[in-house]
Design a protein around this ligand. Structure first.
Ligand SMILES: [Zn+2]
Length: 69
C-alpha cells in the first residue's frame, strides 16, 4: 500500500504483512485509523482502516464467493 506523508511529502510503501498486523491491532482497539510513523520526518500519519483493508486479506475467508478463475 502506497502512503504519502502529509507533512514532508515523503512517500513509501507498507508491506502486506505489515498491513495485516496493523489491521489486527486497530480492530482489537476498535480504532478507525492506524498511525504510521513516517520514516523520513517521524511524524505519525493517520491511515484510515477502510483504505488499508483492501490491501490486507483477512486471515479467515469470510465469504467464498469468488466464482471461477
Ligand atoms: Zn514525513
Amino acid at each position: 500500500m502506497h502512503i504519502r506523508c502529509s507533512y514532508c511529502r515523503h512517500s513509501f510503501n507498507l508491506s502486506r504483512d505489515y498491513l495485516v498486523q496493523a489491521l489486527a491491532e486497530v480492530e482489537k482497539k476498535k480504532q478507525k485509523y492506524h498511525g504510521v510513523e513516517c520514516m523520513n520526518c517521524r511524524k505519525i500519519i493517520k491511515v484510515p482502516v477502510s483504505q488499508m483493508r483492501p490491501y490486507a486479506p483477512r486471515p479467515e475467508p469470510a465469504d467464498e464467493d469468488e466464482g471461477s478463475e
